[in-house]
Design a protein around this ligand. Structure first.
Ligand code: PXL
Length: 306
């Protein structure tokens, strides 16, 4: 990898400090979700990945048996130690919360980091739900906690279900309305209404990720809808390459966050992330990986490094 300014934060007489991304997410032992997939991906993109576990689980929660312990009681001391060492971050990526008490602790961390580095980029993937349903262990309190965190974010990247919960929309109604739209112009009207509700809870960019869609040419696609605060809405489509799998949102947000802190524009960052997610899904299908095992990304990682 070249020693470029996009990767290195300071160059002073032979001292190179890589950009740092704090990744606040759970550690799940099996299933390739959250920190397990984000740490290698972020490292591979030339960013120092600094994990903050929100909970430790035996696996992600789509498996039948799950043992979970929250990290909320230790998180304040963890961030205090970081603060006393004067650690500064270029980005903060937030995913799955162990419990809603973690919201205030994370907000205090963001405020302190903004004092140290006003340019720190905060990316919130409001992990809580998919296919119209909250994940196991999630409740209305998690939704409020994530709404509050969204106020601090430069970018949020919910899936369609999470966007509906955050905006207090009826998911089934939204899905039906989208399914009844044959043209992009009609879909744009539906998304504009949803996005305007989401822009009330965040000043940041919104990317609604991985929406199951049929293109105007009748192809099955995954659609990402990007809306920067200026109100301009863009559709980024990729062919659907296989089953929906756990961990694809974590993979997407890790690439997106790394690219953003390296200075890539949100649209290009979304394109890179969605193309790689599509390849990882196709590869997992080709290798007959069971859906609960997530995406087989390990042997594709070399395609991500610049
Ligand atoms: O990939 C999202 C995710 C993250 N963390 C945990 C999960 C899930 C989705 O099921 O269960 C613990």
């Amino acid at each position: 990898m070249s020693l470029s300014a996009e990767v290195y934060l300071y160059f002073t007489e032979n001292v190179f400090i890589m950009k740092k991304l704090a990744i606040i997410n759970d550690l799940s032992g099996v299933g390739r979700s959250s920190l397990s997939i984000q740490l290698p991906v972020v490292s591979c993109l030339g960013i120092t990945a600094c994990p903050v576990p929100t909970a430790i689980l035996s696996s992600h929660t789509a498996f039948n048996e799950v043992s979970k312990v929250n990290f909320s009681d230790h998180m304040t001391a963890y961030f205090d130690a970081w603060d006393k060492n004067d650690f500064r971050f270029d980005g903060i990526l937030i995913g799955y919360l162990g419990d809603e008490n973690e919201q205030k602790i994370i907000e205090q961390f963001i405020v302190k980091q903004r004092e140290k580095n006003p340019d720190v980029k905060v990316i919130l993937d409001p992990v809580m739900a998919d296919h119209g349903k909250l994940y196991r262990h999630m409740s209305d309190r998690n939704i409020s906690a994530l709404r509050s965190l969204a106020k601090h974010a430069d970018l949020i990247c919910p899936n369609l279900t999470e966007a509906a919960f955050l905006a207090d929309y009826d998911y089934e109604g939204l899905r039906e309305t989208l399914d009844s739209c044959n043209h992009d112009s009609a879909k744009a009207i539906v998304f504009n209404a949803l996005l305007s509700a989401l822009h009330h809870i965040t000043n940041g960019t919104v990317v609604i990720t991985g929406v199951e869609d049929i293109s105007e040419n009748d192809e099955d696609c995954l659609l990402n809808v990007l809306s920067e605060s200026d109100g301009d809405v863009r559709f980024i489509r990729n062919p659907k390459t296989g089953n929906n799998r756990p961990g694809t949102g974590d993979l997407f947000s890790a690439i997106l966050a790394s690219k953003l802190i390296k200075g890539t524009e949100p649209e290009n960052a979304c394109r890179t992330a969605s193309v790689f997610v599509g390849r990882a899904i196709r590869h997992s299908e080709n290798e007959h990986v069971p859906v609960t095992e997530g995406v087989q990304f390990e042997d594709l990682l070399h395609q991500l490094s610049d």
